[in-house]
Ligand binder design. Structure first.
Ligand code: ZN
Ligand code: FE
Length: 257
């Protein structure tokens, strides 16, 4: 049975997720920035927290760790490559590991770039990817602790997943990402349609997350360095994919739109 997944908007634009395995009642909180809204949602549903799943060390992803652990006695799992920066970590995971939330198995990917130690959880049977700040709807994380080549290698791992995979990223950045995306790939009609849908959702105050790997593959410029239209816009027709990705990231860093 697939995971029940609940989205909790917190802080300015973060999403915390609760994932429950209906077979065992195991419940994981993914990147709990804060603890109170998580505890409130758990009690509203009558769920008991058994695990925290951390993708990386930033405060808006681990800020609720210790209070939730004290309140529930849950186990904390996170990236091995950054274990010393994950408060309260019990289980350290690395690329290729398999880790189970109750009866639901996740494949772990090391996806450095945004931070040195960043992991993603792919629950294949639930068609769900928790990717933290690596991949966003129409965007990708800033390169605080990694190189463009590292980030491109990380994002390339997601391109191997099925189109139906739902992308549970950690921020609602989609509308501003879309404003940028249409400037670098103006000839992408699927992107234009998606931009329209995103504006409609945000006008109603609705989330644009999760998206799917299929949507991202077709419209996210950070997954599309092979696009001729993107390459033309950047003036990089003959560069390699890493150089195209790096230039796209560089332009987004200075984009004011
Ligand atoms: Zn972050
Ligand atoms: Fe973040």
């Amino acid at each position: 049975m697939p995971l029940d997944i609940v989205q909790i908007p917190v802080l300015n634009d973060n999403y915390v997720y609760l994932a429950r395995d209906p077979a065992t009642n195991a419940v994981g909180a993914v990147d709990p920035a804060v603890h109170e809204p998580v505890l409130a949602e758990l009690s509203k549903r009558g769920w008991t927290l058994t695990h925290i799943l951390n993708t990386h060390h930033h405060p808006d992803h681990v800020g609720g760790n210790m209070a939730l652990k004290e309140a529930t006695g849950c186990q904390i799992v996170g990236p091995k490559a950054d274990a010393e920066r994950i408060p309260g970590i019990d289980v350290a995971l690395a690329d290729g590991d398999r880790w189970s939330l109750g009866s639901e198995e996740a494949v772990i990917f090391d996806v450095p770039g945004h931070t040195r130690g960043h992991i993603a959880f792919w629950f294949e049977k639930s068609d769900a990817l928790f990717c933290g700040d690596t991949l966003f709807a129409l965007g990708c994380g800033r390169l605080f602790e990694g190189t463009p080549a590292q980030m491109w290698t990380s994002l390339s791992k997601f391109l191997k997943l099925p189109d139906s995979t739902r992308v549970y990223c950690a921020h609602e950045y989609t509308e501003s990402n879309a404003r940028f995306a249409v400037t670098v790939e103006p000839g992408n009609e699927t992107l234009q349609l998606r931009y329209k849908k995103i504006r409609e959702l945000r006008e109603k105050g609705l989330p644009t997350v999760p998206s799917t790997i299929g949507d991202e593959r077709a419209t996210n410029p950070f997954l599309r360095p092979m696009s001729e239209n993107l390459r033309m816009t950047l003036g990089l027709q003959h560069a390699d994919d890493v150089a195209v990705f790096a230039e796209t990231r560089r332009r987004k860093d200075s984009f004011r739109g």
